[in-house]
Design a protein around this ligand. Structure first.
Ligand code: ATP
Ligand code: MG
Length: 394
């Protein structure tokens, strides 16, 4: 018997026309993440199979790869002889502690002389005859023994570890994530990646009003997002001058609205320059004054590029749950200010009017300021492993 990892694609297989593209992207993403390990991988249209001496380590990595729906430690026997299947099935299940079990057979090999029900019955009967104090329970068994009969051999396995699901990152093209140091935007980035969008990030910094710690926080968050992809680029935009100018022209209650319109304009420029198709951000309906429907519509008015807001309809507690799961929460709650909070007006407008925004924006030459900011962007590239970032610098 050969021990191997079997990967199930799930959702991928429903997209028939694109299947090869999906599988190749997934394979590529898996190769990237397993880089440096000793393994062999084979793919077919329904599964991938990995052989390695580092199975446990590889399973931990696979758990974070989008597009992987199920992970199974399977045993392959190179024959479809029913007596061999019976003997191997017994060897596998006798290592488990259980009272009740069932056998489920999947027969891709249609010409096999027995049908699936019959195989399950024969193998189940054999196990019953060989082990004491066990019984069959087809509804709620402690253990399920799966037998997959395929042309390349027979695969036998018990537990399936649930994969993270989603589509392979990159399959849907690229987007630009507006990444602040808060709780919401990293979660938005994670959810966008889950739908197959690969991301670059944009962060607006306003030194000296925002600290180096705030920037490092964003870098750490981007690094956490690398759990799900290979590398993340951060476009760091110098935003101080724009922010101070808006403050000087007395935007008062419109301060945040105008600031966010500027952020959107810059993000669109950066997205276009880098061939990124959509903007992604952590706006959540009703969470703050700038996230009322009226505010969102006035802010969004500066562009017709699609803006994806993955957490728009989630409660804060739901967002926090995801942030904890992806391990960004503890970084996000570190106390360093991001640039939005510094110039916060006492009473930010809740229902801004578009004409008023345009009127305020006419008080200064924002196009020039935007151009200057875009020309002075610093690009930082991070990977999951902090040391490999340094290696690149050497
Ligand atoms: P978060 O928790 O993600 O910071 P928030 O609740 O603090 O969100 P806002 O500050 O209004 O909400 O920002 C809404 C969204 O705008 C953020 O989720 C993020 O996508 C984007 N954003 C805000 N500030 C910045 C910034 N300094 N750089 C990049 N994007 C930002
Ligand atoms: Mg924020």
């Amino acid at each position: 018997m050969q021990k191997l990892i079997m990967i199930k694609y799930g959702e991928l297989t429903t997209k028939k026309g694109n299947r090869d593209h999906f599988i190749n992207s997934l394979l590529n993403n898996i190769h990237n993440k397993l880089n440096g390990l000793d393994y062999k991988i084979q793919k077919d249209r329904a599964r991938m199979y990995i052989t390695s001496n580092e199975i446990d380590k590889i399973i931990e990595i696979l758990k974070n790869i989008f597009g992987v729906h199920g992970i199974v430690i399977a045993y392959k026997i190179n024959t479809n002889n029913i007596d061999d299947i019976k003997a191997s099935a017994l060897d596998i299940i006798k290592e488990k502690t259980f009272n009740t079990f069932k056998v489920v057979t999947n027969r891709a090999l249609k010409e096999y002389p027995m049908d699936s029900m019959e195989i399950s019955r024969v193998v189940g009967g054999y196990i019953l005859s060989q082990l004491k104090n066990i019984s069959v329970d087809v509804h709620n068994p402690d253990e399920t023994l799966h037998i997959d009969l395929r042309s390349e051999g027979c695969f036998i396995y018990t537990n399936e570890v649930k994969g993270i699901g989603g589509y392979p990152v990159g399959i849907q093209g690229k987007g630009l994530l507006m990444l602040s140091g808060g709780i919401d935007s990293p979660v938005a980035g994670y959810l966008a990646m889950k739908r197959g969008i690969s991301i670059e990030c944009i962060y607006f910094e306003s030194p000296p009003h925002t600290s180096l710690e705030a920037k490092n926080k964003v870098i750490s968050l981007a690094r956490k997002l690398c759990q799900y992809t290979n590398k993340v680029k951060i476009h760091v935009v110098p935003f101080t001058k724009i922010q101070e100018t808006i403050y000087k022209v007395n935007a008062s209650s419109y301060m945040i609205t105008i600031m966010r319109r500027m952020m959107y304009r810059i993000a669109v420029e950066v997205a276009k320059k880098n061939n990124l198709k959509v903007l992604i951000n952590g706006e959540s309906i009703g969470q703050v004054a700038s996230q009322t429907l009226e505010s969102m519509s006035v802010i969004n008015d500066v562009t017709n590029m699609p803006v994806i807001r993955p957490v728009a309809c989630l409660d804060k507690l739901e967002i926090i749950d995801i942030a904890k799961k992806i391990d960004t929460y503890d970084i996000s709650i570190l106390p360093f200010e991001d640039c939005c909070t510094i110039f916060l007006p006492k009473h930010p407008v809740i229902k801004p009017i578009l004409e008023k925004c345009i009127d305020i924006e006419n008080r200064f030459n924002f196009e020039e300021l935007i151009e200057e900011a875009v020309n002075n962007i610093e690009v930082i590239s991070v990977t999951e492993d902090i040391y490999s970032d340094y290696k690149e610098l050497l």
